[in-house]
Design a protein around this ligand. Structure first.
Ligand code: OAD
Length: 231
């Protein structure tokens, strides 16, 4: 029997219980930092040192945290479903938990890339990317992050995947950032959609969605148990 396919769209909230800050909650990263000063091509042009330091701190923190119950519950879901995770997160906690299929929409913190050729991507050793570290073409290496104002190269692949969903699960995202927030629109008709988030996320564009107003750890574990029982 072929397994049903579950597409999971995750955001910063899935990693919150691991100790990684979200962006737009009170106390979130975009309250402490001006997004235009650290996460745009203009910021990179203006002050490379500041941008490098911002992402170095994020990367350093990533080495100090672990996946949480929500990440592990999504791994358990693979026992009976064909699970594909599309994450907006730049951490590697889904991979470290053991999820097999993970697509990163907004890049990956542990990778760096050439600032003149986006196809030259490298794994970074350790947490610190320094000024003066260059790609094979001699240009400064930059964080492998999709900044605001840049294209999201994975979107066509993600949209294609969403069109194959039997069940769509959204976890821990404010759905503020497009095109990621619009991916759910590619689901087939009759695909069941769940949202797990403790806050009141704007989801009026997703009719029939089942809302689970809980933190990711508990909400995901409970839903995964239910889905495994129903499989
Ligand atoms: P946001 O910070 O916008 O939203 C985080 C969501 O997580 C909110 O809806 C919170 O209610 C929810 N949340 C908080 N704690 C939670 C918990 N314990 N369990 C479950 N949910 C929880 O983050 P994203 O929607 O991921 O992009 O932001 C999208 C993009 O904007 C990011 O990928 C990043 C950011 O700017 C770039 O930097 C390119």
């Amino acid at each position: 029997m072929t397994q049903k396919r579950i597409i999971v769209l995750t955001g910063a909230g899935v990693s919150a219980e691991s100790g990684i800050s979200t962006f737009r909650d009170s106390g979130g990263l975009w309250e402490k930092f001006d997004v235009s000063e650290v996460a745009t091509p203009q910021a990179w042009a203006k002050n490379q040192a500041l941008v490098l330091e911002f992402y170095n701190q994020r990367r350093k923190q990533l080495y100090e945290v672990e996946p949480n119950k929500a990440h592990y519950a999504l791994v358990a879901l693979e026992e009976k479903y064909d699970v594909h995770i599309i994450t907006q997160n730049i951490d590697d906690l889904h991979e470290r938990a053991g999820s097999k299929n993970v697509m990163h929409l907004h890049g990956e913190l542990k990778k760096v890339r050439s600032s003149v050729d986006e196809n030259l991507v490298y794994d970074l050793d350790g947490w610190e990317l320094k000024k003066g570290e260059t790609c094979e073409k001699g240009s400064q290496l930059r964080p492998h992050i999709v900044w605001f104002g840049e294209a999201v190269p994975m979107i066509p692949f993600a949209a294609e995947l969403c069109a194959t969903a039997d069940i769509f699960l959204i976890i821990g995202t404010s759905l503020n950032v497009y095109p990621a927030a619009g991916l759910v629109a590619y689901r087939p008709p009759r695909c069941m959609v769940y949202l797990i988030d403790p806050a009141d996320v704007a989801i009026s564009h997703i009719p029939g969605i089942k809302i689970i107003r809980q933190k990711a750890g508990k909400g995901t574990s409970d839903l995964v148990k239910e889905l495994l029982n129903n499989a």
